[in-house]
Design a protein around this ligand. Structure first.
Ligand code: HEM
Length: 88
């Protein structure tokens, strides 16, 4: 792992909302879950409900005890930041 992270805005996050390019934010952390898709125990359709957005509520409704930070460590992109505080 390089350890490099990239800050992601909601509008950037929203661009990655397909099965072949899927990003998702959970508790302020953005993940590329494209390659996790086929391993998700709840299936592809369920995981895709959170595609390209902040999926924290969906995630917590189903399994808030799941340790996503360790499971998705290699899929971590970086922190989610509001569009409004993007530096010009
Ligand atoms: C099941 C992980 C996102 C819906 C599971 C399970 C794990 C998991 C480990 C099995 C839990 C168990 O058997 O106790 C993750 C990770 C996610 C994620 C790491 C983050 C990317 C989501 C999202 C949804 C979702 C966004 C949308 C609602 C479900 C459902 C099940 C499930 C419906 C099946 C529950 C059952 O049949 O008992 N997930 N999940 N998951 N997940 Fe996710």
């Amino acid at each position: 792992l390089s350890g490099k992270t990239v800050t992601v805005t909601p509008s950037e996050l929203a661009k990655h909302n397909t099965v072949s390019d899927c990003w998702m934010a959970i508790r302020g952390r953005v993940y590329n879950v494209t390659h996790y898709m086929e391993y998700h125990p709840g299936g592809l359709d369920e995981l895709m409900k959170g595609a390209g957005k902040d999926a924290t509520e969906l995630f917590d409704q189903v399994h808030k005890w799941v340790n996503f930070t360790s499971m998705l460590a290699k899929c971590y992109i970086g922190p989610l930041k509001p569009d409004t505080i993007e530096q010009k």
